[in-house]
Design a protein around this ligand. Structure first.
Ligand code: NAD
Length: 326
């Protein structure tokens, strides 16, 4: 993280909006391990206090419970604003559409203002959803996407596309040193069991001994990046990016049906699936072209089987804890 020419020397202060969420809380842990100071700004609308509670006693850690759509005041110098705040899972699209649009627009502007005030770098956590249902495989960053601007997913896709436009405008017209990372499907411990994403749905069903719910025929593909690899990718972009968007995700496509069978096998489940109606505008194929990310020195370290085994172990421990408390 630090080193010769690194923009974040040891002890730097980084702000993570959305740092009590799944990806953001792992980011906070990595930065603290490397000797940095971390301030998390989060309104806990989809994040959880448990994700950051273990850092409460660390004097290099601070938590500000706040909506990122309101002006941000953070004491002292800041090296980088990592803007991860945004509800991100399919159940949130229906549950909080206006909040998603507001967070992508007003929230991103408030985070950019903070970066400008502090002379800090800025990283936008964007998404592969900006490509919509793509016609190009794998998706390079030069692809402009195929997005339905008015469908149920549009609140998220278009909020992120607007956030990217805003970020580029602040780079070009306000001189803020911005970066954009387009994150592809990421999985790992601390995902919410009920967030509607495919992994918690499969793992939850597998651990309960129920059929795994597959939307549509299951031939749609995804690639899955373990959260530690995603965090390293985000940090590579934040430190070494040149301002152009960079895909952050794992190469390697897998059908949803293959993914279901792999999770079932690792969980010791018979592997039965239950087909449910396809989700509206669900992309058929999705896989990142990671040429740019590799050029920044990133390499994926956690193989899918290994990452899934760690994730299953975490979900099992959570389920045991809930059972113990009941
Ligand atoms: P998450 O829901 O676990 O984390 C998002 C965090 O942002 C939560 O802690 C939530 O409370 C916070 N938040 C939301 N709106 C806020 C607001 N207005 N003010 C303050 N805090 C707010 O989701 P995640 O999976 O950790 O995603 C983190 C970021 O990465 C998001 O921007 C998401 O769009 C992006 N992303 C994630 C994935 C993935 O596979 N996990 C894929 C693509 C993009």
């Amino acid at each position: 993280m630090s080193g010769p020419g690194s923009p974040f020397p040891s002890g730097s202060h980084l702000v993570i909006t959305g740092g009590a969420g799944f990806v953001g809380s792992h980011m906070a842990d990595r930065l603290l391990e490397r000797g940095h100071r971390v301030t998390v700004v989060d309104n806990l609308c989809t994040g959880r206090h448990e994700n950051i509670a273990h850092n409460a006693g660390n004097e290099r850690f601070a938590f500000i419970e706040q909506d990122v759509c309101t002006p941000l005041t953070v004491p002292g110098p800041v090296a980088c604003v990592l803007h991860l705040a945004s509800p991100a899972s399919p159940v949130d699209f229906a549950r909080m559409p206006l909040e998603i649009l507001r967070t992508g627009s007003q929230g991103t502007e408030r985070a950019l203002e903070l970066a400008e005030e502090k002379g800090a770098r800025f990283l936008l956590a964007s998404t592969s959803e900006v490509y919509g249902d793509p016609e190009v495989f794998p998706q390079p960053e030069s692809y402009w996407g195929r997005v339905n601007p008015i469908g149920p997913r549009s609140v998220y896709d278009e909020a992120k596309r607007y956030a990217e436009a805003l970020t580029m405008a602040w780079r070009r017209h306000r001189g803020v040193s911005t970066q954009i990372a387009r994150i592809f499907n990421t999985y790992g411990p601390r995902m919410r069991p009920d967030d509607g994403r495919v992994l918690p749905a499969f793992v939850g069903a597998a651990l309960a001994g129920q059929p795994l719910p597959v939307h549509g025929d299951g031939t749609q593909t995804r690639s899955f990046s373990y959260v530690d690899d995603t965090v390293e990718g985000l940090l590579a972009v934040a430190q070494h990016g040149d301002g152009e968007p960079v895909n952050v995700g794992a190469p390697g496509e897998l059908s949803i049906l293959q993914f279901a069978h792999l999770i079932a096998e690792l969980a010791g489940h018979p592997g039965a699936v239950l087909h449910e109606p396809a989700n509206a505008d669900d992309p058929q194929r999705r896989e990142p072209d990671v040429t740019r990310l590799l050029a920044l020195g990133w390499t994926p370290k956690v193989a899918l089987r290994e990452g899934l085994a760690r994730t299953l172990a975490w979900f099992r421990a959570q389920a045991d804890e809930v059972a113990r408390q009941a």
